[in-house]
Design a protein around this ligand. Sequence first.
Ligand code: IPE
Ligand code: IPE
Ligand code: MG
Ligand code: MG
Ligand code: MG
Length: 312
Amino acid sequence: MTNRTETNVISQLLKRSKDRFEDYLENEVYPFFKKESAPELADAMEYSLRAGGKRLRPILTFASFGRIDNNSLSIGAALEFVHTYSLIHDDLPSMDDDDFRRGKPSLHKQFSEATAILAGDALQAYAFDWLTQIESSDKNLHKDLVRVLAKGAGAAGMVSGQMYDLLLERNPSSLTGTKEELLSKTHKLKTGALIQASFLMGNRLREDYREREKTISEYGAKLGLLFQITDDILDIEGTKEDLGKTPGKDGKSGKITYPSLYGMETCKQMVSDLVSELEELGTDLDTSSKAEVSEFPEFFQSLPSNIGKRKN
Ligand code: IPE
Ligand code: IPE
Ligand code: MG
Ligand code: MG
Ligand code: MG
């Protein structure tokens, strides 16, 4: 487990990166949305993005690249657009039926269900549009980034995870496999896939991306699972104020989650085991990133315990 100094370092890195990203949204994203969208659509996209959020996925991209520059900011925006669209749709009455998100009424509550669907659709398309802003002489870069994002976001990743999530809740007999296998698969896909893509996309900007790809991919998949297990725990133990969303929803809707399947004690042991495994992998990533001076020292070793202990 990390000590107090490391805790401060990671908190500062997260805060500084989040601030840079908020400035980027303010200056490069919201004004652009207004320029070309139907009025209610631009307002709806901005409402959900501006409501807040930890901006974790962009930050993971910055850290795996090692720097915040225009290219990593464009990738970060693409990821935050996909993630925000996934939350907008996740909250819809036909999905999790959640009235509160990022400390505000969900988009379908504030605007309408139809606007929420359309704002999600538009954000997804913008994600791919934003990747075209990336400048590089590497002629395979755009193709690789599009592919990683599409796989993480779509039927190979997040969207299938959401489908499994709903089937596990509503029609489990349509699925084959044990509950344990199905739940782990669901979490890896619905949350892990986009988190893994965030690491891989940042890494792809590096010249030495091939050497780090295998470890970063494994680290991303594990961190994604850790992130969703802690999300399940927070649904039980978190407060509405900290979370900015309604706690207790999973229990009410009868979702199978890590705590409901394994019990809270085992679940917390799983968190602690994953944190240790990630810290070990992180050591390699931090060491190899020193080849090029990284703005994110000790990031990979200190992130896991930060996520394991998160309150929101
Ligand atoms: C919430 O994601 C949904 C999950 C994938 C668990 P975050 O906890 O990253 O939500 P924001 O972006 O901070 O609102
Ligand atoms: C959502 O999982 C994962 C997504 C792809 C949006 P949850 O349904 O558990 O996320 P919250 O708890 O509503 O944020
Ligand atoms: Mg859900
Ligand atoms: Mg939900
Ligand atoms: Mg949840």
